[in-house]
Design a protein around this ligand. Structure first.
Ligand code: ARG
Length: 566
């Protein structure tokens, strides 16, 4: 595709002596409205060279740059030179590119040969997979898809919370009160019950704590009974989690969780000692981070057991060695900001310059409408239940609106789950947000169902108009305001994907496809697409095809399906 911006730079570069191409490029702005052109170049910086007022310079420059095949008008407005894209040229260029690239439009090979690890979801074994986990799961999945689309070699890791002293408690509790059968029928809630009971009873009977410690040590020492129980708990929990991952169509390349690093601790501790960054404090090992404005990080407890922080350091070292990553991303709630800041600092202090490539991608909290946050108040809202409820509600809506739809079950699943994902990915990730059922499932407004519906509408137009990609189509016909509006956004799409990757913000894509859908519906309402004028019809259908394709790609990058009918 042509870079119209580059053309602007070149046109200006021919006339302007005192600025380099890069300087010109960095000065170019997007005017507040397209009535003022597609690109604007402010002339203030040229006053010295020209010894004239910026307005006079702009006028002179605009007059000297003649119309050309890329820009139908070059005009000054005050101190700005405004460039108006040649609409026919834009249409020809963008639509033919999309028809040629199809689903690959917007993809790139910029990431070739670079490995990016996206660690996300990472729930704790034997604990509920609840609504609080939705954000990391959905944001991480989308980021992985975005990197992949841009050609990075992407590795997804689920860093399961499958290790730590709580497993000592679970094992003791199970040995006292557990029943294998009962647990297997309802793993998470039964294991949770055991865990809660153990903690309750331990308040009066401190010896229980010793028992738990004993069993955790046993686990660390690979005692067969402890190992067998732990493995079993891990397996049945994972089976529960996998139901949700299946619903969301999420796959991980690795489930190497915290336990995976347990035998890698001694070398890590060794390295830290060697580099002189740990010190003893009351029998424990710590790294002093006062200089960096952080409290000391606990690396090893008095009893020799290691901690969450130590395991993260071990994991980063392992990943560097094993994958040699270009970037190692952690999609984890902002509550853990300090944790990440601390251990990444420690890796840096260990002398690893790649510490800077370990990047924490924080996000804000999700709360439910009645003000409760999932587990804090003991009210657990399972993610699976939320997804099922969305599917159920969507089924009801389909029954009302379109009872004869084929594949109702599948579509209800695609739309119901899509609605939740879309809502999740609609805002900047750091913002807290409140989950609202009505807004999420609505077919109106800026929602997943609205965008999916627009996609289905485009599809039915293509079917109705017998659109054929191989036809000869005069794309230069697409120059109305409504047509050009869509085309501009389709043109921007590839850059938006790159922005989303650079800032690790899927919401750029969410917003862009909502805007495309809105512009498309405006066009749909103002324009007769399937008209007797064959030439116009074909061109408009090519635009419909392009819109449909980009929406589908965009949804796909968010992890959302785009059904053809709904
Ligand atoms: N299991 C942790 C939790 O549920 C999240 C793990 C985040 N990842 C990491 N490498 N620390 O809070």
């Amino acid at each position: 595709m042509i870079s119209f911006k580059n053309v602007v730079v070149e046109l200006l570069d021919e006339k302007v002596e005192s600025l380099s191409q890069d300087e010109i490029e960095s000065l170019i702005e997007t005017p507040p409205s397209y009535d003022m052109g597609d690109y604007a170049f402010p002339t203030f910086r040229l006053a010295k060279e020209y010894r004239k007022s910026p307005n006079a310079i702009a006028e002179e420059l605009a007059a000297s740059i003649s119309e050309n095949k890329f820009f139908e008008k070059v005009q000054n407005q005050g101190p700005y030179v405004n460039f108006f894209i040649n609409r026919a040229k834009l249409a020809e260029d963008v639509i033919s590119e999309i028809m040629d690239q199809k689903e690959k439009y917007g993809s790139s090979d910029m990431g070739e040969g670079k490995k990016v690890i996206v660690e996300f979801s990472s729930p704790n074994i034997a604990k509920p997979f609840h609504i609080g986990h939705i954000r990391t799961t959905v944001i991480g999945n989308s980021l992985a898809k975005i990197y992949e689309f841009l050609g990075f070699d992407t590795i997804t890791i689920n860093h399961l919370g499958d290790y730590g002293t709580q497993f000592g408690m679970l094992i003791s509790a199970y040995k006292k009160w557990g029943d294998r059968k009962v647990i297997e029928e309802n793993p998470i809630s039964e294991l949770l019950k055991l865990y809660v009971r153990f903690n309750d009873e331990a308040e009066d009977k401190p010896e229980l704590k010793d028992e738990a410690r004993y069993w955790f040590k046993a686990l660390e020492n690979k005692n067969p009974e402890a190992m067998e129980l732990w493995q079993w708990i891990r397996e049945i929990s994972l089976k529960e989690f996998n139901r949700v991952y299946d619903m969301l169509n999420i796959k991980f390349d690795s489930y190497a969780g915290e336990s995976f690093y347990s035998d890698k601790m001694p070398t890590v501790l060794e390295e830290m000692k060697e580099k002189g960054i740990v010190k003893e404090s009351e029998g424990a090992l710590i790294v002093d981070l006062e200089e960096y404005g952080m409290p000391p990080a606990l690396i090893m407890k008095k009893d020799g057991s290691t901690l969450y922080t130590t395991r993260d350091i071990a994991a980063a070292l392992y990943r560097k060695k094993h994958y040699d990553f270009h970037k190692n991303l952690y999609v984890v709630a902002s509550q853990q900001n300090l944790h990440f800041k601390a251990w990444i600092k420690i890796v840096e202090l260990m002398g690893h310059e790649w510490a800077k490539d370990c990047i924490h991608i924080p996000f804000g909290m999700v709360s439910l409408e009645d003000g409760t946050l999932s587990t804090r108040k003991g009210r657990v809202v399972f993610l699976e239940d939320v997804l099922n409820k969305a599917i159920e509600s969507t089924k009801n809506i389909i029954e009302e609106r379109n009872p004869n739809l084929e594949n109702k079950e599948l579509v209800a699943k695609q739309v119901g789950i899509g609605a939740i994902l879309f809502q999740e990915l609609f805002n900047q990730r750091i913002k807290d947000y409140t989950f609202n059922w009505d807004r999420t499932l609505s077919f109106e407004g800026e929602t997943g169902p609205y965008v999916q519906y627009t996609h289905a509408r485009a599809n039915s137009l293509l079917e109705k108009g017998n659109f054929d990609l191989e036809d000869k189509i005069n794309l230069e016909k697409l120059t109305s305001d409504d047509e050009t509006n869509i085309i501009r956004m389709l043109y921007d799409f590839p850059n938006i994907v790159v922005d989303a990757m650079e800032k690790n913000e899927p919401f750029y894509i969410t917003r862009q496809i909502v805007e495309i859908a809105k512009a498309f519906n405006t066009f749909y309402n103002s324009t007769q697409i399937i008209t007797d004028d064959e030439e116009a019809k074909k061109a408009r259908l090519a635009l419909v095809y392009s819109t449909k394709t980009v929406i589908k790609t965009g949804l796909g990058l968010l992890g959302i399906d785009a059904p053809n009918k709904m």
